[in-house]
Write a protein that binds this ligand. Structure first.
Ligand code: NDP
Ligand SMILES: CC(C)CCC[C@@H](C)[C@H]1CC=C2C3=C(CC[C@@]21C)[C@@]1(C)CC[C@H](O)C(C)(C)[C@@H]1CC3
Length: 615
């Protein structure tokens, strides 16, 4: 009996009949009489292939740098009849300007089988270079804003995957098709040179956060909600069942002096950020292969800020001013964030395509929210990176300190309450941890995928300092005595959460930095065709987002010291659960696109997303 080279269930690359392109397929069976393998493409198409038309995954050369291949939708519309086309071919709609006769020629030549398959393509994903593998054509996003530029790359780099294997169709026909492909590619290359700077809008169904209506609602709803929460919390009985207090008029909330203090705070942080101390590291590769440089001096900025705050306290600066004008500060920060967002959007209109975020869509409202430019910089000053960790995050710790002092003053205490000490120290640990592990920020979704727009500006500069300090704010006017046994339990919970959070984040960062790190040698991984593998044991084999689990456990530990009289201090836990569940879904979507079957395998091996045996 003749031997067979590939086993059932094996994932290999199968040549698409009539083309020189190979796609990832799974071997379903083998017929020993005809010597044909039945294979299944990712979109479900089943075909019979000869052994010569099948290659092991490993036999394909890796491309260098930020190279790409075409996206499936460029190959054909989901209902079009075509054989597999050459990469670099734009969608039909994009080619309508082409000469009709040229199109007709191409169409005529394509009288082949109807397919919906998943080509092996290399597609940049935000800052990181990843080979797209495994998304069926109908779900392919057109939202990579650099598509046109990528298409240019594709034309020259397709050869990486081209084999000289024979085709399953007659030789003459194949030659004809190849000629047409080559003609068409030349034509497209010309066309692309003209279209390089056009924006490629993503389809409405791909917009996140509920699309345009969703982001509109968030942009107007969140600031109002923030003020309502702060007002409710200031009430004697902060029950949600009480009628919400009316929002004060804007002129009552606006204080130029407060805004000046806010600007001063921001500028001090800018100054610390610019200090030439701390090591400089490179971020993940951008779409064009460039790597931006980042100076890691967040921890130093924190030490310097602490020194400034300590000196101000010593000088008798009245920190109670921040508590008594808390709403005014929140408004000042919101106004600043709106101005910043408008600036970011305006400057993004002049930004080159390569600098746009993969999340941007071409829709002005949506892009204003999600951020159009990925890494807006003024010289070497990275606005997003700076805002993510400095004014808001360090500001949060300062606000907590303000609340601690306010509690002592208002409740006439010689020392702060145990509840306030717990909340302050837990959150201090969280912020110091973030600054100490600053480099890890470079691989987060915020830096790699999302642009810098209203969402992150508001999140970083308003939401974090004024909502994340909510427990401390609550305790100022609603004291809660915590017993030592209770405090011990809460501390244990916080530490458990922290160990999971830090362990998971560090494990992944170490693995991404150096996959062959001997310290990680005991961990199992799943191979993906992108060159990056997935951890499938250790923290990442426990649930698919162990870091979110740890973060949520910590969030609960921050709220528990506030007692159980009101739900308000648990707002953070509720909001954070929603944020991370939504974020997990976004990440899952991106990972599926990046890793294809490998991700599906990972999901099978690690079935729970965040909460073991629950979700
Ligand atoms: N306090 C707050 O308000 C918030 C805190 N956070 C915290 O920020 C941190 C970063 O979160 P976020 O950016 O959302 O995402 P993650 O740090 O969880 O990163 C997700 C990425 O990790 C990689 N990955 C996923 N699974 C694996 C695996 N099995 N093996 C190796 N790599 C894998 C993938 O990227 P790739 O493969 O490309 O490397 C994926 O896109 C988290 O700890 C989160 O809790 C987040 C949001 C808000
Ligand atoms: C209000 C909006 C709709 C949503 C805003 C979300 C933001 C508040 C968060 C998005 C991702 C964040 C991260 C942190 C803080 C909150 C925001 C900005 C983070 C800096 C907190 C500290 C962590 O250690 C971290 C991993 C560095 C976090 C990165 C993501």
């Amino acid at each position: 009996m003749p031997s067979r080279k590939f086993a059932d269930g094996e994932v290999v690359r199968g040549r698409w009949p009539g083309s020189s392109l190979y796609y990832e397929v799974e071997i379903l069976s083998h017929d020993s009489t005809s010597q044909l393998y039945t294979v299944k493409y990712k979109d479900g198409t089943e075909l019979e292939l000869k052994e010569n038309d099948i290659k092991p995954l490993t036999s394909f050369r890796q491309r260098k740098g930020g190279s790409t291949s075409s996206s499936p939708s460029r190959r054909r519309g989901s209902r079009s009849r075509s054989r597999s086309r050459s990469p670099g071919r734009p969608p039909k709609s994009a080619r309508r300007s082409a000469s009709a006769s040229h199109q007709a020629n191409i169409k005529e030549a394509r009288r082949e089988v109807e397919v919906k398959l998943t080509p092996l393509i290399l597609k940049p994903f935000g800052n990181s270079i990843s080979r797209y593998n495994g998304e069926s054509e109908h779900t392919e996003r057109n939202d990579v804003p650099h598509k046109n530029t990528q298409e240019k790359f594709n034309l020259s780099q397709e050869s990486s995957y081209i084999s000289t294997q024979y085709s399953l169709r007659p030789r003459r026909e194949e030659v004809k098709l190849k000629e047409i492909d080559s003609k068409e590619e030349k034509f497209i290359a010309k066309e692309l040179a003209v279209r390089t700077f056009e924006v490629t809008p993503i389809r409405a169904k791909d917009l996140e956060f509920g699309g345009v209506p969703g982001v509109f609602l968030i942009m107007f709803g969140l600031p109002v909600f923030l003020f309502l929460l702060l007002l409710i919390c200031k009430q004697k009985d902060p029950s949600l069942l009480n009628f919400p207090p009316p929002l004060p008029a804007l002129y009552e909330l606006w204080e130029t002096r407060v805004f000046g203090v806010y600007l001063l705070w921001f500028l001090i942080q800018v100054l610390f950020y610019l200090l030439p101390i701390g090591k400089v590291v490179e971020g993940t590769p951008l779409i064009d292969g460039r790597r931006l440089k980042y100076r890691l001096n967040g921890f130093y900025a924190f030490i310097l800020t602490s020194a400034v705050i300590g000196a101000s306290l010593f000088q008798g600066v009245e920190f109670h001013y921040v508590y008594s004008h808390f709403l005014q500060f929140a408004l000042g920060a919101t106004v600043f964030c709106v101005v910043l967002s408008v600036y970011l959007y305006m400057r993004s209109l002049k930004a080159p395509q390569n600098d746009l975020s993969p999340a941007s869509s071409g829709n002005a409202v949506y892009d204003f929210f999600i951020g159009r430019e990925l890494n807006p910089r003024i010289g070497t000053f990275d606005l997003k990176y700076f805002c993510e960790l400095r004014p808001g995050l360090i500001g949060w710790v300062v606000i907590n300190l303000v609340m601690l002092l306010a509690e002592m003053k208002i409740q006439d205490r010689a020392i702060p309450s145990l509840a306030m000490i717990l909340v302050n120290s837990f959150q201090l640990l969280y912020v110091v941890d973030a600054l100490w592990n600053e480099e890890a920020l470079l691989t987060t979704m915020d830096i790699i995928h999302d642009g810098f727009g209203f969402m992150l500006a508001f999140g970083d500069l308003v939401w974090v300092p004024f909502i994340y300090s909510f427990q401390a704010f609550y305790l100022v006017s609603h004291p809660n005595e915590v017993s030592w046994p209770m405090a011990s339990l809460i501390i244990v919970l916080k530490l458990c959460g922290y160990v999971i959070f830090r362990g998971a984040n560090s494990q992944k960062n170490a693995f991404r930095k150096n996959p062959s790190d001997p310290k990680l040698a005991h961990l199992k991984t799943i191979h993906t065709s992108t060159g990056k593998n997935l951890l499938v044991s250790g923290w990442w084999g426990f649930v698919r987002h162990p870091n979110y689990l740890g973060d949520l456990i910590m969030a609960l530990a921050w709220s528990l010291p506030c007692g159980f009289n009101h739900i308000l201090p648990y707002f953070y836990v509720i909001y954070f659960t929603m944020l991370l569940v939504h974020r997990e879904a976004r990440d899952e979507y991106h990972c599926k696109k990046k890793y294809g079957v490998a991700w599906e395998k990972y999901c099978q091996r690690v079935p729970y997303r965040i909460f073991p045996y629950i979700y």
